[in-house]
Design a protein around this ligand. Structure first.
Ligand code: NAP
Length: 245
């Protein structure tokens, strides 16, 4: 049996687990960070919780005799990806990174790209009513800005206390363009702040923003560790994991 570990927490990781568990000769384990209440679970075997940094992951790879490691985490899960690259280098277990393509600006969009959440917050001006979709752990970077009101949408609630200039909306998508348009209108939002997550599940907000002329502050993805083997489709990752070079 070829033993494959998928670092997950994304729709692509779940799709990959479904494809690989259906193949003969593979033993597949999906790993989740264990941060989200009631996570969407992949099919097949699942383990939860951090490994304890690169050394912990390297020990896990050796103990579990993992033959192939697929990092299918979110494009902004930078620590996990760095850890995967370091553990792969230390153990010789081959690593593939699966990343969905980023979003591309198209006609009618007004996007401003920035390299960090801090840079996004620095662009907000008094009077802004912000549609904030960068995750609950980034909320503190955006609160307390003079004259800035936030509609913060996240899967799980942020740590209390939530300041008065924030309205929290708990939702995990997928979202519709109609729903996003209604939200923008209902709260008279003037700017969207989002990470360049890519994919279809959360892209409706970008279409709604384009239609309503809402400017977008788009936080670029962090860079990948140098030299990693990268693919952008589940099919390519499945082919690699079933028969790693
Ligand atoms: P991160 O900052 O890169 O990771 C922080 C720590 O969490 C890692 O060092 C690792 O702990 C642990 N960890 C992360 N992903 C893990 C996994 N799949 N399995 C086991 N441990 C994991 O990651 P994050 O941004 O907090 O993301 C956490 C999870 O949520 C990931 O699975 C990611 O795919 C998913 N997710 C993230 C985002 C996002 O915007 N960042 C959005 C949607 C889903 P140790 O060092 O102890 O091993």
């Amino acid at each position: 049996m070829r033993r494959v570990l998928i670092l997950g927490g994304t729709a692509e990781a779940r799709a990959l687990a479904a494809e690989l568990t259906a193949l003969p000769g593979l033993h597949v384990v999906s790993s989740l960070a264990g941060r989200v209440n009631n996570p969407r679970l992949p099919v097949g075997e699942v383990r939860e919780g951090g490994f304890g940094g690169p050394d912990g992951l390297a020990a896990y790879l050796a103990d579990e005799r993992v033959d192939a490691l697929v990092d299918a985490t979110h494009p902004f899960a930078q620590r996990m990806t760095a850890s995967a690259a370091a553990a792969s280098a230390a153990t010789g277990v081959p690593l593939l990174v699966l990343r969905r393509p980023g979003w591309q600006e198209s006609a009618g969009d007004t996007w401003q790209r920035v390299d960090s959440l801090q840079a996004a917050a620095a662009l907000l001006r008094p009077g802004a009513r912000v549609f904030l979709t960068t995750g609950r752990r980034s909320l503190s970077l955006f609160t307390g800005l003079p004259g800035v009101w936030l509609l913060a949408r996240s899967v799980d609630p942020p740590e209390p206390p939530v300041p008065p200039d924030v309205h929290v909306l708990l939702d995990r998508g997928p979202y519709t363009v109609e729903g996003e348009r209604a939200l923008i209108r209902e709260h008279a939002l003037t700017v969207l702040v989002t990470k360049d997550s890519g994919g279809t599940l959360t892209a409706a907000k970008l279409t709604a923003a384009r239609e309503l002329g809402l400017p977008v502050i788009m936080v670029n993805r962090p860079p990948l560790p140098p030299g990693v083997h990268l693919v952008d489709t589940v099919a390519a990752a499945a082919t690699w994991a079933a028969a790693p070079a």
